[in-house]
Design a protein around this ligand. Structure first.
Ligand code: 1GP
Length: 251
C-alpha cells in the first residue's frame, strides 16, 4: 500500500485527532452546489471528502472529483457503491468488502471482476471492512446489498465482525447505518467495536447533529461521515467540523 491518505488516517488516530469527512453523492450535486460545498468545507477545515453513493445514475463522478481537486486541497476518497464508480482523479479508494453481510458478490465477487481496472486506476487502495448496521428502516445500501444489516442492538456481533475483518487484513473498518438512516449507530456499539480493533474506525449514516458526531468520537470513532444532513443544511458543515475537532485527547 502506498503512503498518503492511509498514512494520514493512522497518524491522526495515533494522535487521537478525530476527522470529519463530508460525503458527496455525485447524483445530488451540480457545479453550483459543488461551489458552495467546497468553499464551506474548506472554510470549516474538514479533513476529507468522500465521494460516492449506492447508486450513481449521472455521469458526474469525474467532474465532481476534478471540481474538488481544482478548488481545494482537501483529499478526495472514493466511497464506491459499485466497481463502476472509480475516478482516477481521486486520491484514494475505500476498497469495500461487505463483511456484515453474506452476499459473496460484495465480499469478493465484484472485486475479482474489477481488479484490473482498480489496479490500473493508480489510486491508493485502502482495504475496508464495511459493516452495515440496521438503521431502523431499509436504506438504499441495505436494499442494494441484498444482505441483512447487522442488528442495531447486537454489539457483540459487531465486535466479532470487526475483529475478524481486522485479522483478515482490513486496514479500516467502516460502520454505516446507511444514508439517511432513521437511527444512527449507538455509541455503545461504537465503543465496543473501537475497543477491540487497532485500525481506524469510520462511522456514518443518519448523523444529523454536531452533538451526535461528538459523542460518536468520544465513543471511539476516528472518522465521522455526514452526507444527507449537509445536503439539507450546509451550515452543519462548520458545526460538525468544530464538534469533531473539539474532542479532547485522553491522557
Ligand atoms: C452513508 O455513511 C454515509 O453511507 C453517510 O450517511 O447520508 O445519512 O449522513 P448520511
Amino acid at each position: 500500500m502506498q503512503s498518503g491518505i492511509y498514512q494520514s488516517l493512522t497518524t491522526r488516530k495515533a494522535a487521537q485527532q478525530k476527522s470529519f469527512a463530508v460525503l458527496v453523492d455525485p447524483d445530488k450535486v451540480d457545479d453550483a452546489r459543488m461551489e458552495t460545498l467546497v468553499r464551506m468545507s474548506a472554510d470549516a477545515r474538514i479533513d476529507y471528502f468522500f465521494v460516492g453513493g449506492s447508486l450513481v445514475i449521472s455521469d458526474y463522478l469525474d467532474e465532481c472529483v476534478q471540481f474538488i481537486k481544482k478548488h481545494s486541497n482537501i483529499p478526495v476518497v472514493l466511497f464506491p457503491g459499485s466497481p463502476s464508480q472509480i475516478s482516477k482523479y481521486a486520491d484514494a479508494l475505500l476498497y469495500l468488502s461487505l463483511i456484515s453481510g453474506r452476499n459473496p458478490e460484495l465480499l469478493i465477487g465484484q472485486h475479482v471482476v474489477s481488479a484490473p481496472i482498480v489496479r490500473q486506476s493508480g489510486l491508493e487502495i485502502m482495504p475496508t471492512g464495511y459493516m452495515v448496521i440496521d438503521g431502523g428502516a431499509p436504506t438504499t445500501v441495505s436494499y442494494i446489498s441484498n444482505a441483512n444489516p447487522l442488528p442495531a442492538d447486537k454489539n457483540e456481533i459487531a465486535m466479532c465482525t470487526a475483529m475478524a475483518g481486522e485479522m483478515l487484513g482490513m486496514k479500516l473498518i467502516y460502520m454505516d447505518a446507511g444514508s439517511g438512516a432513521r437511527k444512527p449507530i449507538s455509541e455503545s456499539m461504537i465503543e465496543k467495536v473501537a475497543s477491540c480493533i487497532q485500525v481506524p474506525l469510520i462511522v456514518g449514516g443518519g448523523i444529523v447533529t454536531p452533538e451526535k458526531a461528538y459523542l460518536n468520537c468520544r465513543a471511539g470513532a476516528d472518522v465521522i461521515v455526514v452526507g444527507n444532513a449537509i445536503e439539507k443544511d450546509p451550515a452543519l458543515i462548520r458545526e460538525i467540523s468544530d464538534a469533531v475537532h473539539q474532542v479532547p485527547v485522553n491522557i
